[in-house]
Structure formats: C-alpha cells, structure tokens
Design a protein around this ligand. Structure first.
Ligand code: CS2
Length: 490
C-alpha cells in the first residue's frame, strides 16, 4: 500500500525527490497568503521555501482560503508538505515544499483569519485571488461598490467574505492595538496590481471609517509585482503519475514549468523577506515589466485560448503548435511590443521566443478552456488597453481586433465543429445572452456589451475603425474556418 506524504514519510523519500534542508517548526510565520491555490504553491511558496533553505528566517506562510476547504483538506493530513514537479521536454525535477505552516478556511472561522492578519508577527500579506477576487469595476481600476460581496462586507464588517473586508478588519485591530501595518503584495495579473489593490482597499475602508482609511494609507504599503509561472490545474493523472514513480500519495502536489519570475516593487513598510537572495528582483518601478508580461504573455495566452477553443484544440501547446495560430501569435506580439517601453535587461526578441517555447510545453498540458475563463476581467488589461494605445498611434491592430472577435464568438458557446461548452465568467449570463442573440447585428452586440456590462470600453465602441474591424472578423468567424481567417490575415 502506498503511504501519504507527511513529516514522517520524508525520511523514506527517494533521493531524487529534493527535501527541505530546514526544520519547519524552527521558523515562525510572518507571511499571510490569501487565496491559496496551485499558483501560490508553485510560485511564492517555492521562492519562500528556497529562502528558508538557503537563508533561513521567520518567513513561513499561513495560507488562507477565502472559499473552499479543498487545499486545507489536502494539505493538513500531509503536515502541510507537498511536492512540486517542474517539467518540460528535457527535464523533470521533484521537490517537497515545507514553507506553508497551515491553511485557514476563512468561512469556517473569519475571526481567526482577522487575528492572524492582525498578529504582531505578520509583516507581509500576499494574494492570489484571481482578478475577480478584488471586486473591481469593469475597467479593473476601482472598487465595485455594488458588488454583492462588498455590500455584504460593508454590512458585516467583522465577519467579512472578501479580501478587502478581511484586510480592513485586520487593520482596525492593528490600529487599535497600536501595532504598525504590513506590506501587501498582490500576485495577480491585474494592471498595476499593487496600486489598484491599494485604491480598492482604501475605498472600501473609506466607506466604513474614514479615519481607518487614513491609517491604512499611512501604515500599509501596496507593492506592485510581476509574477510569472505557468501552473495548470492539477489532474488525477498527475497524482497517480507521482504515486507510480515514487510510491507515495500526494493529494496536494502541483505541476509546473521550470521557468519562474518575480519582480517586486521595493516599497516595504515592514521587514522584507530577502527573496532577492533566491532569484526574485526588487526594483523601483515594476510597471514596464508588468505591462510587458500582461501583454506579451497573458494577451497571447488569451488569444490562443479563444482561437484554440473555436478550433476544437483542448490545450495551449496544441494551439501554439498550429502553424497558422503560431504565426498569428508572432504578429500579435509584434503589435503588443510596439506599445512597450524598453525594459532594463530584457531583450524583447528573446522574451517573445521564450514565451512561445513555454506555451509549447506539452508535458504540462494547459487547457485552453482554463485560460479562457473570466475573459471579461482579463481582456481589459491584456487586449483593450494595448488596442486603444495603438489606435492613438494611428494603428488599428488586426490581431488584437481578431482576438476580441474570437472572444465574442467564444461567448456563443460552440466550437467551429459544433461542440458545446459552458462559458465560465462572472458575467457569463449577460455576455452570452448578447453574444448569442440572433437579432442583434455584430455592431449592436458590441454596443450592448459596452452599455449593459461596461466590459468593452466606450472608447472602443466610439472608434468606427476598430468596431468595423472587430465586426468584420466576428461575421467571418461565424461563416469561415478559423484557419482560413488566420491565413488571410497572415
Ligand atoms: C493565464 C495565466 O489563466 C490565464 O489567464 O494567462 O494564469 C498565466 O498562465 C500566468 O499568468 C503565467 O504567469
């Protein structure tokens, strides 16, 4: 019978699985991470494990799940240990991570989460709650004060549901106890993720207590960060492959690519984990790194997700390996690149080539449908912003217009061969209803999405050159095959 990974099993691990060199319980937790999932486990927790291995310090992590108990239930029986499998066509490595001290499930005990965030030991709070967890307006810049969860938290500020609610409740306790604040690092793909989180959290606080909002502005620093690592959702096959190879069960494992990057704005109000000793970069300004990654990597990812899904391609590696789609991505990246300023130490040509090679990694199959989720929250920073910037420079980007048309066509819920799927997006109901209408013209659909949901910016619907291009592509996508449209564009 196979054993479950836990602290006792560590001694029995085969030597090809790297183990932590430190005694986990000898290090306290000074980081609270909100939104534990595969990405956190394969990114920030790996950097932190590297730090504990090579430098030490009280930098373990208390992770919080705002919704489900799944991660706690998988990790707790394993003493919060889990395996990270890094792989591509030429390498595969396995290591056990011990950086997470425990997982708290917020809905089970919100007071305990507030207490942890308000503890004197807490110096840094990180988050990966996906774009929708921030409860922002459609342009992803302000707090959506009409969001049902925000309304709930304004009414129940000591028993919150949202991250903003928890952070503000914890700041109230810290202020009342005479403690200082902490540094907050958003690790999600939002535009200017630190500044945006700061704006939304302070807006939320302002609605409750303006003195507390002022305290937060003075005592909490919001760092912008650029995070990068491709981490597809874990499958039952991943868990069985690990068991077959090494003979142990790890329900909490994650698989990812070998590549990882973390650029962090150096704006820490409290003690700073020396993550730069283990490969992260502290810089004065993250914006250009962030824009480069959001547009070249995430923008291309979304384009592959929508165009790939329409072509019945289940995985990103299949989409990028399709010769027409691959060539299309080159054109899309060229247009994106002309909206970017030079980034210190980065050669854009090799950056683009590396992204394509990373997408082509078939050993970590990443579902097109996974990347396609929540398009209404991803497209503003990935596609709409660069499209409008290019239009200001006098260019109507065909690749970007085709990507928007592909998203609208994707919202119809069928591939070009007629396979159906569910659209996963917080606004799926209004968006699919408009996209599937048989009476509205393509232009009316764009206008209605802009008016009813605010997702498409008015600057786009007011620009005839842009709307005509998107509408022409949408009509073509309803009549022709994706590959013939791509071939024509190329
Ligand atoms: C992806 C990202 O799901 C998505 O929208 O584009 O999760 C992407 O894999 C990461 O940002 C890579 O760093």
């Amino acid at each position: 019978m196979s054993s479950r990974l836990n602290q006792y099993y560590l001694q029995a691990l085969p030597s090809s699985v790297k183990q932590p060199h430190y005694q986990p319980e000898a290090h306290q937790a000074s980081i609270v991470h909100i939104g534990i999932g595969a990405f956190h486990k394969a990114h920030q927790a790996v950097y932190t494990d590297d730090l504990l291995n090579s430098v030490g310090g009280d930098w373990r992590i208390v992770a919080v799940s705002l919704r489900s108990s799944t991660n706690r239930d998988q990790l707790e029986p394993q003493d919060n240990l889990y395996t990270v499998v890094e792989k591509n066509d030429t390498q595969m490595t396995h290591r056990v991570i011990a950086a997470i001290e425990k997982v708290m499930v917020a809905p089970e005990n919100p007071d305990a989460v507030i207490e942890q965030l308000a503890s004197e030991n807490t110096k840094v709070v990180t988050s990966t709650i996906t774009e929708k967890g921030y409860c922002l307006t459609p342009d992803n810049r302000q707090l959506n004060v009409k969001h049902p969860d925000i309304l709930h938290d304004l009414e129940n500020d000591s028993q919150p549901k949202t991250m903003a609610g928890f952070l503000v409740a914890a700041c109230r306790v810290r202020r009342d106890k005479g403690l200082g604040g902490f540094t907050f690092l958003s690790c999600d793909n939002l535009p200017e993720n630190g500044d945006t989180s700061g704006i939304a959290i302070c807006q939320f606080a302002e609605l409750l207590d303006s003195e507390l909002a002022a305290w937060i502005k003075d005592n909490v620093s919001f760092c912008n960060t650029m995070v990068d690592r491709i981490v597809p959702a874990v499958t039952a096959d991943d868990v069985s492959a690990l068991k077959d190879q090494f003979g142990y069960i790890d329900e909490a494992m994650v698989s990812c690519e070998p590549f990882k990057q973390w650029v962090i704005e150096d704006n820490f109000i409290a003690e700073r984990p020396p993550w730069d000793r283990v490969g992260a970069q502290f810089v004065n300004n993250v914006h250009e790194y962030e824009k480069m990654k959001l547009r070249l990597l995430n923008g291309s990812h979304s384009a592959l997700a929508y165009l790939g899904t329409l072509q019945d391609l289940d995985f990103i590696y299949q989409a990028v390996s399709d010769s027409s789609l691959g060539r299309f991505i080159d054109l899309l990246m060229d247009d994106m690149a002309s909206t970017l300023k030079p980034v210190s130490g980065v050669d854009l040509g090799s950056y683009k080539a590396t992204i394509k090679a990373r997408f082509a990694n078939s050993t970590i199959p990443h579902k097109t449908q996974q990347v396609a989720t929540d398009g209404s929250l991803k497209l503003p920073q990935r596609i709409f912003d660069p499209l409008l910037e290019l239009a200001q420079q006098g260019t109507i980007s065909k690749p970007l217009c085709l990507t928007i048309a592909a998203w609208l066509r994707y919202l119809q819920g069928t591939t070009q061969s007629g396979q159906t799927y569910l659209v996963n997006d917080p606004l799926s109901q209004p968006l699919t209803e408009i996209a599937q209408s048989t009476t509205l013209s393509a232009k009316e659909k764009l206008q209605k999405i802009a008016e009813d949901t605010g997702v498409i910016p008015t600057a786009i619907v007011e620009n005839d050159n842009i709307t005509n291009t998107i509408c022409a592509y949408l009509e073509e996508l309803n009549q022709l095959s994706v590959s013939s449209i791509l071939d024509e564009l190329i």
